[in-house]
Design a protein around this ligand. Structure first.
Ligand SMILES: NC(=O)c1ccc[n+]([C@@H]2O[C@H](COP(=O)([O-])OP(=O)(O)OC[C@H]3O[C@@H](n4cnc5c(N)ncnc54)[C@H](O)[C@@H]3O)[C@@H](O)[C@H]2O)c1
Length: 260
């Protein structure tokens, strides 16, 4: 268990709450779900890779946390509905959702003008509409419990040239703003985190070291981020300490992109 995860437990209290973190079978999502659990929350480790999700949930349980692994394909309305129904059946309702799942590790490196069309359609269905799909599956339960909060995982790629990956994350940013309006009256807040380059098994496969070095040199803080660097922001945005914050995208990026 990392330092950031332990600190989250001191700073935030998620007891008597239920959170779903999609794509939490590894990488950044794993850090988010472990931190929420360490802060006392009951968590759903949701991933298309059920084996990895089960491993993370087992790790949380063996540390005294309350976790259940569920399979989900965030692009499928039926699958998202099943995830929500199984969460409600197991934990009694849903308070928080982190839309972190994405096709990222092992993604195709191609241009918008040439990428295979079917691949692009699936990519956008997972990486942009997946967040909407999961939100549609859970918001009624949040409303029933008097409100909730959603954090979408964006990327600084939304502001840079990053082809269809950047396009998908720009869509996540817009979705965050639009949904904040549709859900605000139901006391459900929607924000997004835009991480800069973050060291995960997935990012190591997507960006080769020779490309990463100049990117890191361009950051104000001159070092790559880690999943731990993102945990505090995620828990803050979910928590009541952010009770008047909605519709915003927050960079946690070592000073990669400055927006005036
Ligand atoms: N690592 C970085 O540098 C970085 C930077 C900015 C943003 N991000 C974003 O952070 C998130 C996590 O990135 P990561 O580095 O941990 O990568 P990752 O590939 O380990 O995480 C993505 C997770 O989503 C799951 N997933 C993929 N398709 C799915 C689907 N259809 N349904 C459900 N789950 C699915 C994967 O199995 C995986 O566990 C992603 O949204 C990514 O775009 C990463």
């Amino acid at each position: 268990m990392s330092d950031a995860v332990n600190k989250a437990a001191v700073t935030f209290d998620f007891s008597n709450t239920v959170s779903i973190v999609t794509g939490s079978g590894g990488g950044i999502g794993q850090a988010y779900v472990e931190a929420i659990a360490k802060a006392g929350g009951s968590v759903i480790v949701a991933d298309i890779d059920t084996e990895r999700a089960e491993g993370v949930a087992e790790g949380i349980r063996s540390n005294g946390g309350d976790a259940l692994a569920l399979p989900v394909d965030v692009a499928s309305p039926e699958s998202a509905a099943e995830m929500a129904a199984a969460t409600i059946e197991h934990f009694g309702g849903i308070d928080y959702l982190v839309n972190n799942a994405a096709i990222f590790g092992g993604m195709k490196l191609d241009a918008l003008l040439t990428v295979d069309w079917e691949y692009l359609e699936r990519f956008l269905a997972v990486n942009t509409l997946g967040a909407l799909n999961c939100t549609r599956a859970v918001f009624r339960s949040m409303r029933k419990r008097g409100g909730g909060a959603i954090v979408n995982q964006s990327s600084t790629a939304a502001y840079l040239y990053a082809g269809f990956y950047g396009l998908a994350k720009a869509g996540v940013n817009s979705l965050t703003q639009q949904l904040a309006h549709e859900l605000g009256g139901q006391k459900i807040r929607v924000n997004a985190i835009a991480p800069g380059p973050t060291d995960t098994q997935a990012s190591r496969t997507v960006v080769p070291e020779e490309f990463m070095t100049p990117i890191i040199n361009g950051l104000a803080l001159k070092r790559m981020g880690t999943p731990d660097d993102l945990v505090g922001l995620c828990l803050f945005l979910l928590s009541d300490q952010a009770s008047w914050i909605t519709g915003h995208v927050f960079n946690a990026d070592g000073g990669q992109v400055f927006r005036a």
